[in-house]
Design a protein around this ligand. Structure first.
Ligand code: PMT
Length: 419
């Protein structure tokens, strides 16, 4: 909330104010003055269409900083990287339907949209457009995608529009925009009071004392979720297979090696938890008879390895759960959605994060990932390629919403036979 005292609320905050081509662009001038009055340092980025409504000079004089409009304007500085890197928040007001679509689809064809692809800070979008455009299915869909990803979209208000019609499309009141900026900058503590049990990394299944079967998981996805949940106020226990990652601050880490150890560690903590998020790439098979001594090369004699199935940890936890929200992952190389839906049902989950691990730059070992969130009511959100830390927040946003809606519904039980 904005206090009625005259204390500035944004002292020292760096804000990028994006202005796009709407008749409401003139209102961004007043918004800039308010942000400055609240103590923020504001850098304005305009699209080419916005400059047809208000001149960059107006924003330049008021903000005291050059206005950026072009991704190619400086050879020295890559503004699409440097501006968002320094920003505490990005506010786009007014945001046109075109700007919302580009942000939702991850298109970067000018400075403002390219900047959004690199930004890690909170993003507040304040749409303004004709009422008919605001209710158009594609605009609704893009707003839904942005919100699912954690973007704050401040709904436009109802009133007379530039067309002369009355409708919902007017830029939100300045007070509402400022409240959204303050809320976005306040540390988000929406997971306070929750106890989150997370698994991460690979498991290693011994063949002999020096060899094992494992996979390419680095643990980055699970660690990112642990870090995000802790930052949002949750108590977090991270049960992790072997990784080289540092312990996330404020997170209790339990190190395990094999699937069996992971099963025991997670089962022992299930009753404590309110949410389980199973990111680990658990080995599905292990050598049935690991050798107690190093297996010697025996000339050219072919060795065969007898394998046995490991326990499906997630299905086992689901079968024992009481009120916990169960979130699983599906790592797929084909038929992503069909396989993920099968796993959601077979393992008795509330939510599954389906990731196609063949996508370039995503999945095992990478810093980015691309996923589809599917819940057991059939709700589906496709997310674009994004840093694993941002995906962690998107998963927590969805899980948080489910935690609040499922209190009235029955928890599902796993269906026999699925893996
Ligand atoms: O660790 P990173 O390098 O960051 O990579 C991230 C990731 C690709 C490992 C992650 O995004 C991911 O997809 N994790 C799940 C990997 C996996 O084992 O998927 P699956 O489709 O085989 O299994 C489905 C679910 O069942 C998973 O939640 C898995 O943890 C769980 N499972 C699987 C086998 C088993 N024996 N017990 C389980 O609990």
């Amino acid at each position: 909330m904005i206090s009625d005292s005259s204390e500035p609320t944004l002292i020292g905050k760096q804000i990028v104010l994006g202005v796009t081509g709407s008749i409401a662009a003139y209102k961004a001038v007043a918004l800039l003055r308010t942000l400055l009055r609240e103590g923020a340092v504001v850098h304005v980025v305009m699209t080419q269409s916005a400059t047809k409504f208000v001149t960059p000079l107006t924003f330049e004089v008021l903000s005291g900083h050059p206005v950026s409009t072009d991704v190619f304007e400086s050879h020295q500085e890559m503004k699409h990287l440097s501006l968002p890197a320094q920003a505490d928040a990005i506010v786009i007001a007014p945001a046109t339907a075109n700007c919302l679509a580009k942000a939702a689809l991850g298109l970067g064809d000018d400075l403002l949209s390219t900047m959004l692809l690199t930004a890690q800070c909170p993003l507040i979008m304040v749409p303004a457009m004709d009422g008919g455009m605001w209710i158009h299915p594609s605009v609704r869909e893009h707003v839904g995608t942005l919100r699912a990803r954690g973007t704050i979209v401040v709904d436009p208000e109802i009133g007379p529009l530039a067309s002369g019609q009355i409708g919902q499309g007017r830029l939100a009141e300045e007070r509402k925009i400022l409240e959204s900026v303050l809320a976005a900058l306040a540390p988000q503590r929406d997971w306070q009071g929750q106890r989150v049990l997370i698994s991460a990394g690979p498991t290693q299944e011994p063949i002999d004392p020096v060899r094992f079967i494992s996979n390419r998981s680095s643990g980055k996805m699970g660690y990112a979720i642990a870090e995000a949940a802790q930052a949002r106020g949750a108590q977090v226990v991270l049960v992790t297979g072997p990784t080289t990652l540092p312990t996330p601050r404020g997170v209790e880490v339990v190190s395990v090696v094999t699937a069996e150890e992971m099963l025991k560690a997670l089962t022992a903590r299930l009753a404590w938890s309110t949410t389980v998020i199973m990111t680990a790439a658990v080995a599905d098979f292990r050598p049935a008879h690991p050798a107690s001594q190093k297996i010697k090369k025996q000339g050219r004699i072919t060795q065969t390895l007898d394998l046995e199935q490991t326990t499906d940890i997630l299905a086992s936890l689901s079968a024992q759960r009481t009120t916990q929200l169960m979130v699983g992952f599906a790592a797929e190389t084909n038929d992503l959605i069909a396989h993920a839906k099968d796993k959601l049902k077979a393992k008795g989950l509330d939510l599954i994060v389906a990731n196609d691990v063949t996508i370039e730059g995503a999945g095992f070992g990478r810093d980015q990932n691309v996923a589809v969130l599917i819940d057991r009511q059939g709700g589906m959100t496709e997310l674009p390629l994004m840093p694993k830390r941002a995906l962690a927040d998107a998963i927590l946003n969805r899980a948080h919403a489910l935690l609040h809606t499922r209190q009235t519904t029955q928890a599902p039980k796993p269906v026999a036979g699925g893996r």
